[in-house]
Design a protein around this ligand. Structure first.
Ligand code: ZN
Length: 267
């Protein structure tokens, strides 16, 4: 059994290179397909106790506002990466006024916390930048990259996922890694990639690219009990605000276009 585990690890490691949408090489221990199915389970497991505590989608107006923005972003995401049309995209508003956070798991399972709305008081353009950035992480397969890190540091999880004859056990390990992935910080390189893709998705969906700069300014100012959770999982790449500012002129034509803005229906 041990030898099989080692062989499986070697096999996984030798096929573990992938390329991100911006051409960066990624080390991948987890296929995107596995990340998506594990994330589906992780999403359900994450939301279940919150639903039982009555913390899901409590404010219909806010849920509607966030959904309307996200539906336009997802329409652009599936244009950018047609395979993502088959993802089971979903957005949930989590009622937690102390948590300034949002995330998107592999396969388009998204959440935004009421703390982000209450503490940042974002415009629709700024919400579009948050969710565009999160969707960009999923399109660029960053969650699978972080799951790979989670699994590589937990050999038992890799062994269970790679060779277990007990699929239930393996699934639990992978789902745990998927749930952990949204709590791990992205690399600064992944952050730059998500900034670049996210501002483009938002501009094409009809949202002002200048809001990317004001969003991060608001995020940096949000204090209270320490910095927002969002900043710990999204560390600033070098010169984030200058880099985003430099992208604005390229993005303005998308934003100012008179083209209709399609939507992608979310549940
Ligand atoms: Zn990020």
């Amino acid at each position: 059994m041990k030898r099989y585990t080692l062989l499986a690890l070697v096999a996984v490691l030798t096929v573990a290179c992938a390329t991100s949408p911006t051409g960066r090489r990624q080390l991948m221990l987890v296929s995107e397909e596995s990340a998506i199915s594990a994330s589906k389970e992780a999403y359900a497991q994450t939301l279940k106790p919150l639903a039982e505590e009555g913390k899901i989608n409590n404010d219909p107006a806010l849920k509607q506002r966030v959904t309307a923005i996200t539906e336009k972003l997802v329409a652009q995401a599936v244009k950018m990466r047609p395979a993502s049309r088959n993802w089971e995209w979903s957005i949930t508003v989590i009622d937690d006024p102390e948590t300034v956070n949002a995330w998107c798991m592999a396969g388009g399972k998204m959440a935004i916390y009421t703390g982000l709305i209450e503490k940042l008081d974002p415009s629709d353009d700024e919400i579009a930048q948050v969710m565009g950035h999160e969707i960009a992480h999923a399109l660029a397969n960053h969650q699978a990259e972080k799951m790979s890190v989670a699994m590589a540091t937990t050999v038992g999880v890799v062994a269970a996922g790679a060779v277990s004859d007990r699929p239930g056990l393996a699934m639990t390990g992978a789902a745990a890694a998927a749930a952990l992935a949204v709590k791990l910080p992205n690399s600064r390189t992944a952050e730059s990639e998500a900034d670049r893709i996210g501002i483009e998705l938002a501009a094409k969906a009809g949202y002002d690219p200048r809001a990317a700069v004001t969003l991060w300014q608001k995020m940096a100012k949000a204090g209270g009990n320490g910095p927002p959770q969002f900043l710990s999982t999204h560390p600033a790449p070098q010169n984030r605000q200058q880099a985003l500012n430099a992208l604005v002129p390229q993005m303005l034509p998308y934003y100012q276009s008179k083209e209709p803005r399609p939507t992608f229906d979310l549940p």
